[in-house]
Write a protein that binds this ligand. Structure first.
Ligand SMILES: [Zn+2]
Length: 219
């Protein structure tokens, strides 16, 4: 897996399906995303999440939001089953920033959940709709999304094996009104800071601690 900046990750399923999540468009000052992939997930139609134009190849584009709602996407591509769970981009039912799709990606041996621009804590119904979550990609920067404290609450409600922070301030987006990952980090006893580049997610019990591991990626 690799963090490409903001809410964009690239990951490859056991059978080789190449996935990119929430690519940002060229106006976002991270290094442009130009990799080849098979599937792109788009949690909602904002420029920092739906910049599919730069991607190489002819990937399938799975858009969670259709019209003003989260569509119930259910697609199986190769060994990955994609489904969406409805949520909002704010804590007022989407009245300020609209709907947001949570992508659940089930692949052999691992379920990855991408929360998009989630704007609120999760109720029980949403937690059970998401179901099993091994690896959680969670926004922590606040302002447009949940902040570090609420993000920690969301992690505790979903109980993943690994929670990876995203959508936080870095040196690339110094002027954005979001925070760094510090408030989120402060919620945990142990946090692993990943070096830039690719990282491996190995869910073997002897590789992970018994409690949720919290990782902060770098680019
Ligand atoms: Zn965003």
């Amino acid at each position: 897996m690799r963090w490409l900046g903001h809410a964009a990750f690239s990951l490859v399923s056991p059978n080789g399906v190449r996935i990119v999540t929430d690519p940002f468009d060229s106006s976002v000052p991270y290094p442009p995303i130009t990799i080849e992939c098979d599937v792109v997930t788009v949690s909602h139609e904002h420029f920092d999440h739906n910049g599919v134009a730069g991607l190489k190849g002819s990937p399938r584009i799975l858009r969670a939001v259709v019209g003003k709602e989260v569509a119930s996407t259910l697609e199986t591509i190769g060994d990955v089953r994609f489904r969406t769970v409805a949520s909002s981009h704010d804590d007022t039912g989407g009245s300020q920033r609209g709907p947001n799709g949570i992508f659940v990606m089930e692949m052999p041996g691992m379920t990855v959940v991408h929360l998009g621009d989630l704007g609120h804590a999760l109720d029980e119904k949403t937690v059970s709709s998401i179901g099993k979550c091994d690896v959680l990609l969670v926004p922590v920067g606040g302002h447009y999304t949940i902040d570090g404290k609420t993000a920690a609450q969301v992690v505790r409600s979903l109980k993943p094996k690994v929670a990876i922070a995203m959508h936080f301030k870095t040196s690339y987006i110094k002027d954005w009104p979001i925070t760094g990952p510090e408030d989120f980090e402060a919620e945990w006893k142990f946090v692993k800071r990943l070096p830039p580049g690719e990282f491996e997610v190995d869910l073997s019990p002897n590789k992970l601690s018994a409690e949720t591991e919290v990782w902060i990626p770098a680019i």
